[in-house]
Design a protein around this ligand. Sequence first.
Ligand SMILES: Cc1cc2nc3c(=O)[nH]c(=O)nc-3n(C[C@H](O)[C@H](O)[C@H](O)COP(=O)(O)OP(=O)(O)OC[C@H]3O[C@@H](n4cnc5c(N)ncnc54)[C@H](O)[C@@H]3O)c2cc1C
Length: 291
Amino acid sequence: MGASGSLLALKLLDAGFKNITWEDEDSNIVAWKASTGAIYPANSTKFGDDALCHTAWAEDLSNIIPFVEQSTYWFNHKSPPHEGKYRITKSSPSGLNMAELPSYHLNAQKLVPHVRDRLALTRLELGELRPHKRENVLFIHTHGSTHRLSHFYWGWAVLVQLDYDTAVFGGERRPCFYFREGRYVMAYAYPIPDTPYWYAGSSIIKQRLGKEKSLDIWSKYSRWQDNFERLSNSEVKVVDHGQAIEGWRPACGDSEWVTRKGNQIFLRPLWNSGLRHFPHQWWGVEKHLNA
Ligand SMILES: Cc1cc2nc3c(=O)[nH]c(=O)nc-3n(C[C@H](O)[C@H](O)[C@H](O)COP(=O)(O)OP(=O)(O)OC[C@H]3O[C@@H](n4cnc5c(N)ncnc54)[C@H](O)[C@@H]3O)c2cc1C
C-alpha cells in the first residue's frame, strides 16, 4: 500500500467498502517516498486523459484525500505546457506565465503513513491471503511490481525553501513552478502540502529490472538550482534546502489501465503520474466492483 494503494483505500472507504485488508512487502525500491505529488493542469491524451483527471481531482479527490494543496501553476513556456488548452491569466515582469487553472499537490510521504495508520488493524502478513484459494475475495495489486512492470525510472527530490516577490507570485495560494529548456532540461519546484517547503526535482533515469541502484543526488541538485534560478530569470531564489530523497518510478510494458485475471485485479504501473492519473485507476477498479 504505497501511493496508489493508499489513494485506492481512501476511495474504497469513501464508497462504503469496510472490509478492506492489505499487505505490503516494505520494499526499498518505491516511488512514494520521493514522489513530488503534482496534479498539474494539462490536456494531453497520449498516456491518459489529463483534463478529465484534473477535473476529477478538482471535484472530488482533493476533498477526500488528506494533505492536498491547491496552488497557482507557473511556467516559462510561451504557451501552456503538456498541450494545455487553458488561458494564461497573469505574467511576471520577466515573462513567466500563470495558468488559469490551479495545480493540486499531494504530500505522498504523509498520505501513505496516514492511511496505513488508519488501516493498521487490518494489515495481513505478506502472503497470508492467497488469491487463488479465496474465491470470494477481490485481490487488488495496487503496486507497480507485478507482471505488468517493465522497468523503473530513478528520480530524486530535495526539500527547498524559496524566496520570490509575493506581490507577483503570492496571494492566497503558494505558487508552483515548472521550467523547461529544450528537450532535456527540466527544473521544477512544487509546494509540499502541510509543510513550508517545495520539492525540487528531478531526474528521469531508466534502470533495468533487477539492476536498480542508488545514484548521487547532490550533483544533480546543484545543476537543478543553477537551471531553476536561471530559468526563473532570477525572479525565484532558493534560500535553503533540506533532506534529499530518491525513488523508483514503476513503468509499464502495456497500455491498458486496470486488468483482471480471475479474482485478481492489476493496476497499471504508472511511472510519473500515479497521483495525477489515479482517477483512471479508480474508474477501472470501480467497474469490477460493480460487475
Ligand atoms: C521523484 C518522483 C517524482 C514523482 N512525481 C510525481 C508527480 O508529480 N505526480 C504524479 O502523479 N506522480 C509522480 N511520481 C510517480 C508516482 O509517485 C508513482 O506513479 C506512484 O507512487 C506509483 O504508485 P505505486 O503504489 O504503484 O508505487 P509505490 O508508491 O512505489 O508503492 C508501492 C508499494 O507496494 C509495495 N510492494 C511492491 N511490490 C510488492 C509486492 N510484490 N507485494 C507487496 N507489496 C509490494 C512497496 O513496498 C510499496 O509500499 C513521481 C515519482 C518519483 C519517484
